[in-house]
Ligand binder design. Structure first.
Ligand code: 5GP
Length: 241
């Protein structure tokens, strides 16, 4: 029955779908997570990686001193201000920001290479960093994490025990600035429970991957979600033309 009605399918629609899948290379998705210091970005990303092991976390370059237990090349690439300036001059930094007197930046080459080969990458960046990524990659997805309350945020930051009083004051003021910009983000989540927030991000990423607008620009990566139905449908159409 349906096969006989094939001729009623709109040619321009079919052509659009076919072109999409023929012309665009497989590229990965960039996901930026922002939110005030102490909200739990790192912990949420670690929990998310357990659910989505293929998701890669971008390692940033920073000029701040390592905290106890932080490892160069794992948590950050710890560099001097001079080294950071040289990287900037050489166009090796995709986006950067100054936070608490230190530079933080995303290495360009790794991001471009990895999304070019279809990997999805999650980044933990400041609000301007996230907006700058969105500017450069219109299909990136940005998520803002809110604490359940300001007092809970202060508690988490204090309990972390990594900040001096001066840094605590700076990070608290900055938290208010950042929360004031939350509506610039695609998604705003309240990080009450780490596992729950990670699950919510997982669902967001599945939905984002399936959005027609994104699929018109990117082939979603099959290994990530095992979604092959639309691709197969299109291949079937191409083969029967
Ligand atoms: P922390 O010193 O707590 O590790 O990071 C301070 C702030 O810098 C956090 O808001 C974190 O999200 C942000 N940050 C870390 N890496 C980058 C980066 O590569 N670019 C930008 N713009 N912000 C970053």
């Amino acid at each position: 029955m349906l096969e006989r009605l094939r001729g009623d399918l709109h040619d321009d629609v079919i052509e659009g779908i076919v072109q999409t899948y023929r012309e665009y290379p497989t590229t990965g998705m960039l996901v930026c997570v922002s939110g005030p210091s102490g909200v739990g970005k790192g912990t949420v990303i670690a929990a998310l990686k357990k659910i989505m092991p293929s998701l890669e976390h971008s390692i940033s370059v920073t000029t701040r001193e390592p905290r106890e237990g932080e490892v160069d090349g794992v948590d950050y690439y710890f560099r001097t201000k001079e080294e950071f300036a040289t990287m900037l001059e050489n166009n090796q930094i995709l986006e950067h920001d100054v936070y608490g007197g230190n530079f933080y930046g995303t290495p360009r080459e790794a991001i471009e290479r990895r999304i070019g080969s279809g990997e999805d990458i999650i980044m933990d960046v400041t609000v301007p960093g996230s907006l700058s990524v969105l500017d450069k990659f219109s299909t990136s997805c940005n998520i803002f994490l809110l604490p359940p309350s300001l007092s809970e945020l202060e508690k988490r930051l204090r309990e972390r025990g990594t900040e001096t009083e001066e840094s605590m004051i700076f990070r608290s003021k900055k938290a208010i600035d950042e929360i004031n910009q939350a509506t610039k983000f695609d998604y705003i989540l309240i990080n009450k429970d780490v596992e729950q927030t990670a699950r919510e991000i997982h669902h967001i990423l599945i939905a984002e991957k399936l959005r027609a607008v994104r699929r018109a620009k990117e082939n979603f990566s099959n290994q990530m979600f095992g979604q092959t139905s639309l691709r197969q449908f299109v291949i079937g159409l191409v083969n029967s033309m």
